[in-house]
Design a protein. Structure first.
Length: 138
């Protein structure tokens, strides 16, 4: 499985913005973001979350077939090459599958994952966790 840490900002943007150490807003946003990224899911909710992510990639792949569609994808910050997933989701997915993580992951970060790899892991987890409320990805 090809996993790499997601970088939401470019190198230039990182060097331009230096957060004010006394800025309360930055501390609150960072704390809330870290808390939300490390929330644990039940196996049912985890599969529902993954199904939603996999369903979201279908229109992106369809748009990626034309030059204008690739422009729209780029403009919206979407990529057909990867899906951005929280580290905690990947950790829990590997726990359900009973596999060791291919690389050390931190729950508070987001990671870029190949959609075909994620779909394979989703299908394997779906066999382990039998539920009827999850819609299959298209």
């Amino acid at each position: 499985m090809n996993i790499k840490r997601h970088d939401p900002r470019g190198e230039r943007e990182r060097t331009l913005r230096h957060p004010d150490p006394g800025n309360l807003r930055d501390h609150v946003v960072e704390g809330v973001t870290e808390h939300l990224a490390t929330m644990t899911y039940t196996p049912d909710n985890l599969l529902q979350h993954l199904a939603i992510k996999l369903n979201q990639i279908a229109p992106i792949l369809k748009k990626n077939k034309t030059r204008f569609g690739r422009f729209i994808n780029r403009f919206n910050g979407e990529s057909a090459e990867y899906i951005t997933i929280d580290g905690m989701v990947l950790i829990q997915l590997h726990e359900i599958l009973g596999e060791a993580l291919p690389t050390p992951l931190e729950a508070k970060y987001q990671y870029d994952v190949d959609p075909t790899d994620l779909k394979e892991f989703y299908n394997r987890a779906r066999e382990i966790v039998q539920i009827s409320s999850v819609k299959r990805p298209r």
